[in-house]
Design a protein around this ligand. Structure first.
Ligand code: FAD
Length: 401
């Protein structure tokens, strides 16, 4: 009997698990609750689709912090170079962009996804949409499909159900209850690479959506350089996302003061020099913009949030604007989820200790990473490992049958 594998979740992890398993020799059926596959992958493509990163492998793995220990063998076995070669082979024509990040030339996901689905069709992966996994059984799983309960009993199941951000795109984290009911330990899903909440006065809030150019965010001794953007109720953007773990830790301790250096490439002395002769007829915000090349958002923040008016005080505020973070924006609008299935609940082959016929991969596992291509890389690398594990397991079961 040909080993049969059911995969639930047609995001990048599920799609890559399907490709790996079918190439290994399995009969693969891929289910998803949505009408169309890869909805979040397509959304990620709107930001350019940062597939992976070209830095050396040790630095790369260190970006996952504590999760790096668990992920390292999977990432070494299917590395950033392997992912790049895979995407090139699908016609994505990747290139290394700024800060060594890897993107497809098209800077979006749709051509890659189209070619990928075509490949899976050619490999005879059966794709079934609008089928929701609602339970796991001792040897299979239960799907809800067109109002009916449908039991499936393949030789192995791979779950790639994602985290809980952007739930309208399919991954809503509802699987957490199903897993807990089976005795699987879950670190509760929480927003990661998420905006932070800050109470703005009306003049700052009025600039929601405005970019702040390059800034440096400081939390305690930790510093994070990158872009930031004002939102209605706080801040978003790469520098803020990179600071998420430090902010989460500070909030956990009770409170988080975030300090922004709005001009990290200028010294305080240089700024003082440029701000010496103030024309009293000019409004502070626009004057700061023209004198320093500050973004409108940054200049308005300094003018509104501080009492600073002389050159020294203004320079100090620009180099260390102090903000009180109230918390994170809701997970529904985060880029990714921290938390997930605890590593102590999975075997080395990524099957569940509580249900060895069920393998898990992608964002539903308990790892966290900054933006920069680390999220997709971990999804691909864990998907491949889970698929190879599931294939070996399914072969053994098919032989017994
Ligand atoms: C705005 C945005 C930009 C991003 N940009 C990048 C980027 O540039 N680079 C990067 O590395 N990462 C990026 N990411 C993150 C990346 O998209 C995710 O980490 C990745 O999609 C997770 O893959 P996954 O396959 O684990 O889960 P998902 O892509 O979430 O797929 C899970 C699938 O499972 C299905 N599903 C869930 N529950 C069930 C169920 N019970 N039954 C049936 N089906 C179910 C869902 O419908 C979904 O299709 C971005 C994310 C967002 C939101």
């Amino acid at each position: 009997v040909k080993p049969a594998i059911a995969i639930v979740g047609a995001g990048p992890a599920g799609l890559f698990a399907a490709e790996t398993a079918v190439k290994a020799g399995a009969r693969v059926t891929l289910y998803d609750r949505m009408r169309l596959p890869g909805r979040k992958f397509l959304l990620a493509g709107r930001g350019g689709l940062n597939l992976t990163h070209s830095e050396d492998i040790e630095t790369f793995i260190a970006r996952y912090r504590e999760g790096g220990r668990e992920l390292a063998p999977f990432i070494r076995a299917f590395s950033p170079q392997d992912l790049r070669a895979w995407a090139d082979n699908l016609g994505a024509d990747t290139f290394i962009g700024t800060s060594e990040r890897v993107f497809p030339k098209a800077m979006k996901a749709s051509p890659l996804l189209r070619a990928w689905l075509m490949r899976l069709d050619q490999l005879q992966v059966a794709r079934i949409s609008e089928a929701t996994l609602i339970d796991l059984t001792a040897s299979g799983g239960v799907l809800a499909r067109a109002g009916q309960r449908e039991e499936m009993t393949p030789h192995a199941i791979i779950l790639a159900l994602g985290g809980a951000s952007w739930p309208e795109l399919g991954a809503d984290g509802a699987w957490q209850n199903m897993m807990r009911a089976r005795g699987v330990d879950i670190t509760p899903l929480s927003p990661s690479n998420a905006g932070v909440l800050i109470d703005w006065p009306a003049p700052v809030r009025a600039l929601a959506g405005a970019p702040m150019k390059l800034i440096e965010a400081r939390v305690g001794a930790a510093r994070f350089r990158g872009e930031a953007m004002l939102s209605e109720n706080g801040l978003e953007g790469g520098a803020i996302y990179a600071a998420n773990a430090a902010i989460r830790a500070a909030l956990h301790e009770g409170a988080c003061d975030l300090h922004l250096d709005l001009q990290p490439n200028r010294t305080e002395a240089d700024i003082v020099e440029r701000l010496k002769a103030r024309d009293p007829r000019r409004t502070l915000g626009p004057w700061l913009e023209s004198k320093l090349g500050l973004s409108k958002a940054s200049a308005r923040m300094v003018a509104t949030l501080t009492q600073a008016r002389d050159a020294e005080a203004l320079a100090a505020a620009i180099k260390g604007l102090s903000l009180r973070v109230r918390g994170f924006a809701p997970i529904a609008r985060a880029i990714s989820s921290a938390g997930g299935i605890a590593w102590r609940s999975v075997n080395q082959n990524l099957s569940l200790k509580a249900a060895p016929h069920v393998f898990v991969c992608g964002e539903m596992l308990d790892w966290d990473a900054p933006t920069g291509g680390y999220l997709l890389q971990a999804c691909f690398s864990t998907a491949r490992h889970a698929a190879l594990g599931a294939f070996a397991y399914a072969c053994a079961r098919a032989k017994d049958a």
